[in-house]
Design a protein around this ligand. Structure first.
Ligand code: 9MR
Length: 538
């Protein structure tokens, strides 16, 4: 790299940093919650770094992307009820408080489970299993105490988790051994007494396995026929790139929807690593030895695999949308690749990539592919009918690569105007855009091209998401740059867009004459005409 190019590149980076911070405040964030607002809640499982340590980066992701949260561990029996006569709600309280403070729906996980429940919960002082009556009393005390504490503040509860085997029979666990098969019924009835308004969920993995599904559903139907208050079924969704098939997911959703109960996808993640033997379940007691062949992406993950994962997530969300009338929530089991349980399951110490945010807390291709199939506009149509506030869009020529930069932001205008190197030449206001989200205004999204250092502006959500979802994408999403009109109104004019192949940048003009001259005189290898970008004011 020549010194001149290096200097330019450094300046571009500095400029981009400046721009990032100013644009981040400019408008609504790019959000899964908004993109799926008409379909279902988007949830995430949190660990205590979010709600105890208040990690700002993770908190921003969750508050920006989700409408529902669940604690990965802190509401489990062993966490908040460590000894039979002792409860410790410190972390659980932080979790529920955090959810409330941030306007989230809060999902409770979990009341009755064979795992992460201390063995002392089932034993008397001499170490023998307690009687059925004593066990029922303990279970009821737990449900009443925990649910009662958060009554009105937790909207959905996993009452019973993983009570069935892969062949559809009832799991042999301390619950079923000591109380008998009716522990499920007693748990749900007790939960309903505590809080009549909460959604009560039966949660499990491997529903896609027909034998397991048939066994659980037969059991659930019997309970429903007896009036047991079960409101919803939770599909954990610990899945892989190639398993289960979409047909299996479809059959599962169909069968569960046919019970008339709501469906929650409670623990979604997509494992990208080779399966350890043939194991596809989520039973945490099953573990395998670490071998190199089972940990192929220790340093980095190939773009082709990220693409496969992105396609997989998009296909699953498309399937979920087909069942959106039944599905209440789609919850990711974690936030970033770094914090996923799948780095340690079913083999300890692997480097896995199951989530839609990477280890640098950045959205992955999977994130953008999910946004690509999102049914709702990222930004809700304006409800305000205030008059437009036209603001100038400043145009700068970047002489070093013959590209153009457009901004409405005073800080950016000042920074570039102060440049004395001759790189940036102010060319005057390009045209007037809209400063407020009102009437028919629509956002223009701004992306940063990491290779050329230039910016790309588009009013098309589909175009933006298409660009970002490519795993080899060289663009960063920067936010909403300003507002324009998607359709003409009196007084507004079309803004034309050109692509400049040599710099990989785009040029915009509202000036009809400038557009005509450029089209007539500049060869398309230098500048090709793309069409109307949006409508705005001269
Ligand atoms: O995410 C949880 C992880 O941090 C714990 O180590 C693990 C151990 O039990 O439990 C994980 O969550 C499980 C959930 O509670 C129930 N379904 C399977 C999940 C993954 O193991």
């Amino acid at each position: 790299m020549t010194p001149l190019k290096l200097a330019t590149a450094c300046f571009a980076t500095a400029l981009s940093a400046l721009i990032l911070s100013s644009v981040a405040n400019a408008g609504a964030p790019f959000s899964m919650r908004d993109g799926y607002r008409s379909a279902f809640h988007i949830g995430a499982a949190l660990d205590s770094r979010v709600f105890v340590n208040e990690d700002p980066v993770l908190s921003d992701i969750v508050t920006g992307q989700c409408s529902l949260i669940v604690a990965g561990n802190e509401l489990k029996w062993e966490s908040l009820h460590p000894a039979i006569n002792r409860y410790d709600f410190s972390k659980a309280d932080s979790f529920v408080n955090w959810g409330e403070r941030n306007g989230m729906q809060v999902h409770g996980h979990v009341l009755v489970w064979h795992s992460q429940t201390p063995s002392s919960a089932f034993k008397d002082a001499s170490g023998r299993n307690v009687s059925r009556d004593e066990m029922i009393a303990r279970m009821q005390d737990h449900i009443r105490t925990v649910m009662g504490r958060y009554k009105g503040r937790i909207q959905t509860w996993d009452v019973v988790n993983e009570a069935f085997n892969d062949d559809g029979t009832l799991r042999d666990s301390p619950w079923s051994r000591i109380i008998g098969p009716d522990f499920i019924e007693i748990a749900f009835r007790t939960a309903r007494e505590v809080d009549p308004s909460v959604m009560l969920v039966y949660n499990d993995y491997s529903w896609v396995n027909p034998a397991k599904r048939a066994g659980i559903l037969a059991h659930i139907r019997q309970l429903l026929a007896k009036g047991v208050p079960i409101d919803a079924l939770g599909i954990q969704g610990h899945w892989q790139l190639g398993y289960p098939s979409l047909e299996q997911v479809d059959a599962t959703l169909w069968d569960l929807a046919s019970t008339g109960l709501k469906i929650l996808i409670t623990e979604l993640d997509i494992d990208v690593l080779p399966t350890a033997w043939d194991y596809t379940g989520a039973d945490i007691n099953v573990r395998f030895e670490l071998q190199d062949s089972l940990n192929p992406y220790r340093e980095t993950i190939p773009p082709a695999v990220l693409q496969q994962q992105a396609d997989r997530y998009a296909a699953l969300f498309t399937k979920f949308l087909e069942y959106k009338d039944y599905i209440h929530t789609v919850t990711f089991w974690g936030i970033t690749d770094q914090d996923s349980w799948l780095n340690n399951f079913p083999v300890r110490g692997r480097t896995n990539y199951p989530m839609v945010y990477n280890r640098d807390n950045q959205p992955k291709p999977a994130y953008f592919s999910i946004m690509n199939v999102a049914p709702d506009p990222l930004v809700p149509p304006a409800t305000a009918t205030d008059p437009y506030v036209p603001i100038p869009l400043y145009r700068f020529h970047r002489t070093t690569n013959n590209s153009h930069f457009f901004t409405v932001t005073k800080a950016e205008f000042d920074a570039l105007s102060a440049d004395t190197s001759g790189t940036w030449v102010y060319e005057g206001p390009s045209h007037h855009v809209i400063g407020n989200h009102t009437q028919n205004s629509t956002p223009v999204y701004r992306l940063f091209n990491r290779v050329s250092g230039s910016h790309f502006y588009t009013a098309s959500k589909d175009e933006m998401v298409g660009v970002l979802s490519n795993p080899s994408s060289i663009f960063n999403y920067e936010g909403i740059a300003f507002w324009v009109l998607a359709a003409p109104i009196p007084g507004a004019q079309p803004v034309y867009r050109f692509f400049a192949p040599p710099s990989g940048s785009h040029f915009f003009t509202i000036n009809e004459q400038e557009k005509d001259v450029l089209r007539a005189t500049v060869p398309s290898t230098q500048l090709s005409y793309d069409g109307v970008a949006w409508f705005a004011f001269p």
